[in-house]
Design a protein. Structure first.
Length: 156
């Protein structure tokens, strides 16, 4: 090879090395930002998960118990979540709509009767609908497709 060919190879190798350094720096910056964003959002996601479980637990308790202190406590818990902490983290379209639908079947604090008269079967279905909406919201929030998990057969 002549001296001109060596210079071309030298320039090419330096250009490739420089591009690799710049590419590595860009990739590192993007990875850092993504990791930082996930770490920033993690406490919110953890709280959302906890509150979703609390809401579905309260709804399931109301839907499965006919009367008593446990059911009364679950109704109080539902309304506390409904008017308070769940509003901060809930999916405004799906979970919110299911909470409203379930709440219409319960007597609101300070009122004498529920907005709608719902049967036990209605309450159970609304509790299941709420749980499914929470599941979908969790999957979307955590970038996981929980819907792809095997679903249980339809419940009564």
């Amino acid at each position: 090879m002549n001296e001109g060919a060596y210079k071309l190879w030298d320039i090419f190798i330096k250009a490739v090395g420089g591009a690799a350094i710049v590419g590595g720096a860009v990739w590192g910056t993007l990875s850092y930002r993504q990791t930082t964003e996930h770490e920033f959002r993690r406490p919110l996601w953890d709280r959302q998960l906890s509150l979703y479980f609390d809401a579905t637990d309260a709804a399931a308790t109301v839907a499965t118990l006919s009367d008593g202190d446990a059911r009364s406590d679950a109704i109080k818990k539902f309304w506390t979540l409904y008017y308070g902490p769940l509003v901060v983290v809930e999916d405004p379209e799906n979970v919110n709509a299911k909470m409203i639908a379930f709440g219409e079947c319960l007597t609101k604090p300070g009122e004498s009767k529920p907005h709608k008269n719902c049967s036990v079967a209605d309450l159970r279905q609304l509790a299941i609908d709420l749980a499914r909406s929470c599941r979908q919201s969790i999957g979307e929030s955590w970038d996981k497709k929980l819907a792809s998990l095997r679903r249980a057969p339809q419940r009564d």
